[in-house]
Design a protein around this ligand. Structure first.
Ligand SMILES: NC(=O)c1ccc[n+]([C@@H]2O[C@H](COP(=O)([O-])OP(=O)(O)OC[C@H]3O[C@@H](n4cnc5c(N)ncnc54)[C@H](OP(=O)(O)O)[C@@H]3O)[C@@H](O)[C@H]2O)c1
Length: 300
């Protein structure tokens, strides 16, 4: 238990709400920075588990800085394009430093983009741009890398094609990928926020599986025979990304089709794989496997 105060930006969101709750479960005081005019139900959800609310106009340092006062760490789970990931997070970073907050966790929660060159993944490039500011700042920063959210395997991520009983892969059926649930990512982030001596990067994975291994797991859990489906090689995927970006640019959208394809390419080419893992850093963590996620889908 702790009497630390942690500021959470993005607490009205999916991951941020879970981080705020996990911090409260660890005894921390949570101050959620929200936009003016945030819907009442979103605020009530945070207040129910004891988060304090600070409504801030993100364009005004004079509002964001006092909202960071006395915190031991600022955690960002903001989501958006450049104006949020670079611009709003910069306001938050500057405010944290001016308020004397010693530690900062940026909104990364992804594959390890430090191992990729710029230009391969638009959304991750925005985080890289923010890092160039973060790494010059007088604050101790810690990025959490968790691979893909395992929760997305049951829907959003086009890997397990449940109706067709296929597991789609690109290039290499034996390339392992990192999957961590949102709750596990949130729990680990909360522990990291309360840990005064974290390194610049922490890498976690609830599970590391290849498409072939995923095929075995989903077959076992569902009792149905799933088979591998090779969609093509990485060069084909790169061509498809270019085509999709030309015919359906959607540059102002957070997740246009080509953005999801960029993530797929990064996951299947193996360079952004997480190692070594820091899973054992907090002994209370219990990791959720892909089997657990798929079994819950069967029950649900
Ligand atoms: N590894 C993965 O597979 C994976 C998958 C999904 C997300 N993520 C990462 O997880 C993090 C959080 O994502 P999420 O899905 O939880 O996001 P989300 O549910 O969309 O929540 C986004 C949060 O950012 C706030 N926000 C958005 N635009 C803002 C702005 N202009 N000014 C101030 N606040 C703003 C939202 O506030 P309002 O409620 O006011 O809109 C909300 O609190 C991101 O870094 C994302 O990339 C990772």
């Amino acid at each position: 238990m702790t009497d630390s105060t942690i500021v959470v930006a993005g607490a009205t969101g999916n991951l941020g709400g879970r981080i705020a709750r996990a911090l409260r479960e660890r005894g921390a005081n949570v101050r959620a920075l929200v936009r003016p005019g945030t819907a009442r139900d979103k605020l009530e959800r945070l207040q129910e588990f004891g988060a304090a609310i600070a409504s801030v106009d993100w364009s005004r340092a004079s509002e964001v800085t006092p909202a960071c006062a006395w915190a031991s760490c600022v955690v960002s789970a903001l989501q958006g394009l450049r104006e949020v990931i670079v611009d709003t997070q910069t306001v938050l970073l500057d405010a944290a430093i001016t308020a004397g907050v010693p530690r900062f966790i940026p909104s990364d929660y992804s594959i390890d983009f430090t191992k990729l060159p710029p230009g391969e993944n638009r959304n991750l490039d925005l985080r890289r741009d923010f890092h160039t500011r973060l790494d010059k700042a007088s604050v101790a920063a810690t990025t959490i890398f968790n691979g893909a959210f395992a929760d997305m395997l049951t829907g959003q991520m086009p890997l397990i094609l449940f109706k067709l009983k296929r597991v789609l892969y690109w290039a290499d059926a034996d390339q392992r990928m990192d999957f961590t649930t949102m709750d596990d990512t949130a729990a680990f982030t909360a522990s990291a926020a309360l840990d005064p001596s974290t390194p610049r990067f922490l890498r976690i994975a609830g599970d590391q599986l290849s498409a072939r291994e995923l095929t075995a797991v989903v077959s076992e859990v569902t009792g149905k025979h799933f088979r591998l489906f090779r969609a093509g090689g990485l060069r084909t995927l790169s061509v498809l990304i270019e085509v999709a970006r030309t015919v359906a640019p959607g540059e102002k959208k957070l997740y246009p089709a080509w953005q999801g394809m960029q993530y797929m390419r990064n996951m299947f080419d193996g360079r952004a794989k997480l190692e070594p893992l820091d899973n054992d850093r907090y002994p209370s963590m219990r990791w959720t496997t892909t089997r657990d996620v798929l079994s819950a889908r069967q029950v649900g």
